[in-house]
Design a protein around this ligand. Structure first.
Ligand SMILES: [Zn+2]
Ligand SMILES: [Zn+2]
Length: 328
């Protein structure tokens, strides 16, 4: 059982690290370059400047490239590989219905579609030629977004709610965050795809978790394991309990239990994240504004963009590029 506790702690730590990385990358777009600059500064006394420069360029490139997209695809291949190779066959033998077994594959296809849409759609890039189009979409709140502000990098007038993304090197209309998992900014024009992407990813992980758990429960019920007894190291006999059962299942189906632990934790994290972004959609606040709001508390910051839950949700489907008359 000690091994199982360690294993679950390890899984939780891996997923927590991924979550923290996502949150941190959403807060500071220049996080990877800053982080590696700090690391190279610390080791600057021992490593020559040319080597440091090369290492910095490689790591900076990796973080700004499709590294996380590749990691995300690799995890999907591993989970679906295990599901197809073992769980699917066992579930077929146990006469699980075919539509329920095909559901994760269907969700995978839909999820891939939203992934492509989210990563390929222009999030709302602001250029000199189109800046006028976005400039009056939202009023300036005078606290977080000041009238007349200009981006020092792009040299464009910054519309309210926009932000410069250090990774994409451009200003984005209704900037939410830069997502390393889709390697694109999430802004006014692709946030609807991002929401659908996270929702289908959550459903996909949950459906695999549900089917795998149902299979293991069936195995336990059919084998009458719960009515059995086991002998411990001291030779004493005990009725089968939950801890023995988990250990037994882990030893019998190690890859399946490992995958189940991973998809269960992933489902919980993704579902929590989906609820968070859905909440932000309902109050018409971007992740960028939500993170920054605590910094502006002393200046009595107030979200002025909410127009009621329904209108806020419509705005995600039909992003604003001109002022709305109904705004309060
Ligand atoms: Zn800019
Ligand atoms: Zn970006």
């Amino acid at each position: 059982m000690d091994f199982l506790v360690l294993f679950l702690l390890y899984l939780a730590l891996v997923l927590l690290s991924l979550l923290l990385l996502c949150i941190y990358s959403a807060r500071k777009q220049s996080f990877p370059s800053r982080y590696f600059t700090r690391v190279t500064q610390t080791i600057s006394h021992i490593i020559p400047a040319q080597v440091q420069g090369a290492v910095h360029r490689v790591l900076h490139g990796l973080f700004h490239s499709r590294l996380f997209v590749a990691l995300h695809l690799a995890l999907e291949v591993l989970v679906f590989g295990e599901f197809t190779w073992e769980v699917f066959g066992y579930c077929k033998e146990l006469e699980f219905s075919t539509p329920s077994l095909l559901l994760p594959y269907l969700l995978l296809i839909v999820n891939m579609g939203f992934f492509i849409l989210c990563s390929r759609t222009d999030p709302g890039a602001i250029t000199k030629s189109n800046q006028a189009q976005f400039l009056h979409a939202y009023p300036y709140d005078g606290v977080m977004f000041e009238t007349g502000a200009e981006c020092i990098t792009c040299k464009v007038k910054k519309p309210a709610r926009s932000k410069h993304c250090g990774v994409c090197n451009g200003c984005v209309h209704r900037f939410d965050h830069h997502c390393i998992w889709v390697n694109n900014c999430v802004g006014a024009f692709n946030i609807k795809y991002f929401l659908a992407y996270v929702l289908t990813l959550t459903s996909m992980a949950a459906s695999i978790a549900g089917l795998t758990a149902a299979f293991l429960i069936q195995v336990v019920l059919l084998s009458n394991l719960m009515q059995g007894h086991y002998t411990d190291v001291h030779g004493e006999e005990h009725p089968v309990d939950a801890s023995f059962l988990i250990q037994h299942l882990f030893l019998t189906f190690p890859r399946i239990v490992f995958m189940l632990g991973f998809v269960v934790l992933l489902s919980i994290i993704l579902a929590s994240y989906f609820c968070f972004i859905l909440y932000l959609v309902m109050i018409n606040q971007t992740s960028n504004e939500w993170f920054k709001s605590s910094r502006f508390k002393h200046r009595s910051y107030r979200n002025i963009y909410s127009r009621g839950v329904w209108s806020n949700m419509i705005e995600i489907a039909r992003p604003l590029t001109s002022p709305t008359k109904k705004r309060r």
